[in-house]
Design a protein around this ligand. Structure first.
Ligand SMILES: [Zn+2]
Length: 165
């Protein structure tokens, strides 16, 4: 438990832009549906797969797709996740609220740190009290920029406010 590690994506091995860059592996099925994607990545380290050690993480990364074990173009083993470069980090639980859209912690966002400082309270407490999208069960929220411009100001069901999943 003490030495659990998580896998972080550091980009596509081939170098082109990777949507999972900087995120943690949440699930991976090398034999899943290639159309919907075999891996799921998350900004939230608390939701990441916790591996016993780096060896276990690399063994996961190195898995061969059993239903399609050989790459046609070069005859080498087909290991889908190795399309991404990864690094392994020690798991440190996150306690600061997290914007699940941009991956920033509340402590990195001026809109929260400024006011919390002025009020003399903790940033996490300020977000829990004032941020309408805050989900108290997992510490997720959407910062103002992400809520307005990336999500398009969603509303919850029955005119209730929208809460980050
Ligand atoms: Zn954000």
């Amino acid at each position: 438990m003490a030495d659990e590690v998580v896998m972080k994506c550091i980009g596509f091995a081939a170098g082109h832009e990777c949507p999972a860059l900087g995120q943690y592996l949440k699930s991976y099925d090398p034999d899943g549906d290639a159309l919907t994607g075999l891996s799921v990545w998350t900004w939230d380290v608390n939701e990441a797969i916790h591996f016993a050690d780096a060896g276990a993480a690399f063994a996961c990364w190195n898995q061969v797709r059993k239903s399609d074990p050989v790459r046609l173009y070069d005859g080498k083993p087909n290991k889908p996740l190795t399309a991404m470069s990864i690094t392994v980090e020690k798991f440190l639980p996150r306690t600061m609220p997290l914007c699940i859209v941009c991956g920033k912690l509340a402590s990195e966002l001026e809109e929260y740190t400024q006011v919390a400082k002025e009020e003399g309270i903790e940033v996490a407490d300020y977000v829990a009290r004032e941020e309408g999208t805050f989900n108290s069960s997992n510490g997720h929220f959407a910062c103002t920029d992400c809520y307005l411009f990336k999500l398009g100001s969603p509303v919850g069901g029955s005119r209730r406010r929208w809460i980050a999943p």
